[in-house]
Design a protein around this ligand. Structure first.
Ligand code: CRA
Ligand code: PLP
Length: 838
């Protein structure tokens, strides 16, 4: 008799409906999943049922890889990277998984042979919007690269029930709609109910003596919440590695408080459950801004505690002892959101595993690395002491102890420097007292990095200067990168095919190979194909805009695109000032020869960020006037496309001619959108900010439109006392544009509507739009000139794409592995019959 374990499926010895790759097997699998998983037959199945059946069919084909990967990591000596992030902005799974499995065309054809519309199914997938923007999307790109490079890794985060809100535009204003991404089910995740973990909150601590008469502390919480892990496989490109993304959902330990229930208080009984489950209900929709809400700290502690307890469990299951934890896991803190992990690991090691402080501290510092993603003061997390101690009383004690020891070291190096002590302290005591999370992360990590060369330099000079002076060896730069799988192969198949026809497919996992395209820059035939490809993609987007938003745009015009979160520092309103300048020129001189342009905007504003919402209204109002003015004759169009998300990005990056990266120098830590545009052959107009600087270095100054003040000039101007009125009064063009907005010209005569925005510019202009205005306009004039020479423009476009090798997330991850994590690839072996087909 065969035992259960010997069943063929576990031996992986035969091709079945769940692994097979013949068209017949795939068709059978689709029908099977529709019937047995969705419980539908074709007579009753909805489009979503078919999508689910297809998704299960694809997921099934990933499971052997996932299982083998997970199994391989249980071996002693394998070091696993643990990426702790409050956000993972994954985007749709289906196409990406098909590409990484290498079966996109096969499955597409097979689906179509069954009479279903593949594209329709692909497009109805709900994307998991579990992030705000750059930081969350970076985490998703890094997960892709970790798997592609065969690095053992787990991503840990939060399974928000409601992700980033969906955006609608009504009467030009942003309206937020709840993102119910789970409402029809999520076929890509598997809940692991038996691996649930308990997390404590609140209460008090008490001291006691252990059996060796050592003083110890125990935490008596007043609330316990269960963390249930939901796992999603993240498959690498054409490799067998499928790492896990483990997202935690909060649940109450018991559904009912039985006493209250028995007393007849039914609603009171379920209340506790509801309150606990609130922790993972909703993503805070702020990018580059903190909201010091208690629930946010609960979210952070909840997912970090679940994750660290999970890692310790996995480590001990290998047969290791707690003392070697840092050899099993390299934990990266994606900004300060998970930085409470430093105190939590100390608590686990000292209180629960009874290690001595010094040993626990060594393990902790060896375990963590900290990535800073922002210099903006409003984004630096700090928690009021009171709130912190109510929620995490034991952690506050531990933080005090860390601080005392750390400040002791500082005092030894810098005696009599009390200012320095106050600046470095983990506790801000300048007014109301706060815990400074960036300080906790910096002290508790062995490595600290910024996300672009300039950003890392500014960290060293400014925000973390005292830490840099104290521990210069901890600091390195890791310029961001993006995955070419999703951002070229999935999103831009036309360009991917053209490149592959010229240089083969190696570039997909070795992006530096795109350099070979430089050899074809002088080839007129290739340039023609390149131009035609861009044209086809633009036409595709133009049709999409017409069909979905009813606006006609001219695909032969220059597509000038700014898509990113709405923020004053990103200066979407500077772009608007340029648009109004062009509009004025055409009104004053209707026969002026200009390069026709379509301005495309997209991006969400944080719901409480009034000025950002007003900028959206301004873009739409200016668009209304321009798009309906017959004098414009298709020469200018302005469209604000609602609901910028990953799917939207995939559609729009490939279609851009010009990428707007126009933040005030020193404000954008890196940017990653800038990389996606350039990879897809757009030219950049940008300031010397974030990764723009490195992009310009790579593509060549002659292939980049540079304008604006440098960071140094910005600091200098501000320190001399910046006065926006000087620019307004001395630049008639700028004055005209501002006056036109103030006059109510774009607001049906309402002179109040845009006043807060105009006043903010005239009286403060914190992001120096006026100072950069003329330089921006002049640079845009150069863009117009350059676009008229299509042959030359095409050469620049090819060179931009060809020189983007550095900005692959594979490069970034290799640097993290070598310089921070000390992690190496582990090859995953599959059963022979699967391997042979792969
Ligand atoms: N808002 C930066 O502002 C950067 C990403 C990823 C940001 C971007 O310039 O590209 O991170 N910062 O590194 C951030 O989220 C908390 O700080 C971002 O996405
Ligand atoms: N949001 C989405 C959906 C993205 O794809 C990106 C690109 O990386 C971003 C936000 C960040 O854009 P940026 O770097 O331009 O701020």
């Amino acid at each position: 008799m065969t035992t259960f374990e010997q069943a063929p499926i576990f031996q992986c010895e035969f091709e079945d409906d769940r692994t097979g790759l013949s068209k017949e097997t795939i068709k059978r699998a689709l029908a099977d999943n529709l019937f047995y998983i969705q419980g539908k037959y074709p007579g009753t199945a909805t489009l979503n049922d078919y999508y689910m059946a297809l998704a299960y069919t694809v997921r099934d084909r990933m499971l052997q890889r996932w299982f083998k990967t997970t199994e391989a990591y249980t071996k002693k000596g394998v070091k696993v990277v643990s990426y702790l992030s409050a956000e993972f902005l994954l985007g749709p799974h289906l196409s990406n998984n098909l590409i990484n499995l290498g079966i996109y065309d096969l499955v597409r054809q097979t689906v179509e042979e069954t009479g279903l519309d593949f594209v329709q199914l692909r497009e109805i997938e709900e994307e998991p919007g579990l992030g705000n923007g750059g930081l969350g999307r970076l985490a998703a790109c890094y997960m892709d690269s970790l798997s592609t490079l065969e690095i053992p890794a787990i991503g840990y985060g939060i399974r928000y029930e409601f992700g980033i809100f969906d955006q609608e535009i009504r009467d030009g204003w942003q309206v937020e709609i709840t993102d119910k991404w789970l409402h029809l089910g999520n076929p890509w995740e598997i809940p692991r109910l038996e691996e649930t973990i308990e997390v404590k909150f609140g209460g008090r601590t008490e001291g006691y003596y252990d059996e060796k008469c050592r003083y110890r502390v125990r935490w008596i919480p007043d609330k316990v919440v269960k963390g249930v892990p939901y796992d999603t496989p993240i498959l690498g490109y054409r490799v067998n590695t499928a790492n896990t993304l483990r997202l935690w959902k909060a649940e109450a330990p018991e559904s009912f408080e039985f006493k209250a229930f028995n007393d007849g208080n039914y609603y009171g009984a379920v209340n506790k459950k509801v309150v606990s489950e609130n922790i993972t209900k909703v993503l805070y929709p702020n990018d580059d801004l903190v909201q010091g809400k208690e629930l946010r700290l609960e979210q952070q502690y909840f997912f970090v505690s679940c994750s660290l307890q999970d890692m310790i469990r996995l480590h001990l299951q290998k047969g290791e002892t707690i003392e070697t934890f840092h050899q099993s896991f390299a934990v990266q803190l994606n900004d300060t959101h998970p930085s409470i992990g430093v105190a939590e690991l100390m608590r686990l090691l000292v209180d629960e595993y009874q290690l001595e402080w010094d040993q626990a501290w060594q393990i902790t510092q060896n375990t963590f690395g900290y990535t800073n993603h922002t210099l903006l003061p409003e984004a630096l997390e700090k928690w009021p002491l009171k709130l912190f101690s109510n929620l995490l009383p034991r952690h506050l004690q531990i933080i005090y102890e860390i601080n005392q020891r750390f400040l002791g070291q500082v005092r030894a190096k810098y005696p009599d420097d009390s200012d320095r002590l106050a600046r470095l302290s983990l506790i801000d005591e300048s007014g109301e007292k706060y815990v400074r999370m960036a300080h906790l992360a910096s002290v508790g990590s062995h490595a600290i990095n910024g996300v672009a060369a300039l950003h890392t330099e500014l960290l060293k000079q400014d925000v973390l200067r005292d830490f840099y002076e104290f521990w210069p060896e901890k600091f390195t730069n890791k310029t961001n990168g993006v995955t070419p799988r999703r951002w070229i192969v999935v999103s831009n198949p036309l360009l991917a095919n053209l490149i592959t026809r010229k240089i083969g497919t190696d570039w997909i996992s070795h992006l530096e190979d795109l350099k070979q395209l430089e050899a074809f820059v002088e080839d007129a035939e290739f340039r023609h194909e390149w131009r035609q490809t861009k044209q086809d993609i633009k036409t595709y987007l133009a049709n999409y805009i017409k069909d979905n938003h009813g606006i006609e745009v001219n695909p032969a015009s220059l597509f000038d695109v700014q898509v990113k979160r709405l923020h004053e520092y990103k200066r979407q309103h500077l772009n608007v000032l340029h648009i109004i300048t062009l509009y004025k020129r055409l009104k004053d001189n209707p026969n002026l020869e200009i390069t026709p342009r379509t301005f495309i905007f997209g991006g969400k504003a944080a719901p409480g960020y009034f000025i950002a919402k007003l900028i959206i209204k301004l873009i739409n109002s200016v668009g209304d006037v321009i798009n309906n003015d017959p004098d414009m004759r298709d020469r200018l169009k302005v469209v604000f496309l609602p609901d910028y998300n990953v799917r939207f990005g995939q559609r729009v990056y490939p279609a851009a001619d010009l990428s707007e990266q126009i933040s005030t120098a020193g404000k954008e830590a890196s940017g990653t959108g800038n990389m996606k545009f350039a990879m897809n052959g757009a030219l950049t107009i940008g300031t010397l900010d974030g990764a723009n600087i490195e992009i310009r270095e790579e593509v060549g100054a002659e292939n980049f439109f540079l304008f604006g003040l440098t960071t140094e000039q910005v600091y200098d101007l501000k320190s001399r006392g910046y006065n926006p009125w000087d620019y307004y009064n001395s630049n008639p063009q700028l004055k005209e544009v501002i006056d036109l907005i103030s006059s109510g010209f774009f607001s049906h005569g309402d002179t109040n509507l845009f006043r807060p925005l105009v006043d903010s510019l005239l009286y403060h202009d914190p992001y120096l739009l006026f100072a950069d205005y003329q330089s921006y306009i002049d640079c845009q004039d150069q863009v117009n000139q350059a676009y008229r020479d299509q042959e030359h423009w095409t050469k620049m476009s090819i060179l931009n794409a060809a020189r983007m090798g550095k900005f692959s997330s594979d490069r970034a991850i290799k640097e993290y592995c070598q310089e921070i994590w000390n992690a190496v690839p582990v090859k995953i072996e599959l059963a022979e019959y699967i391997q042979a087909r792969a």
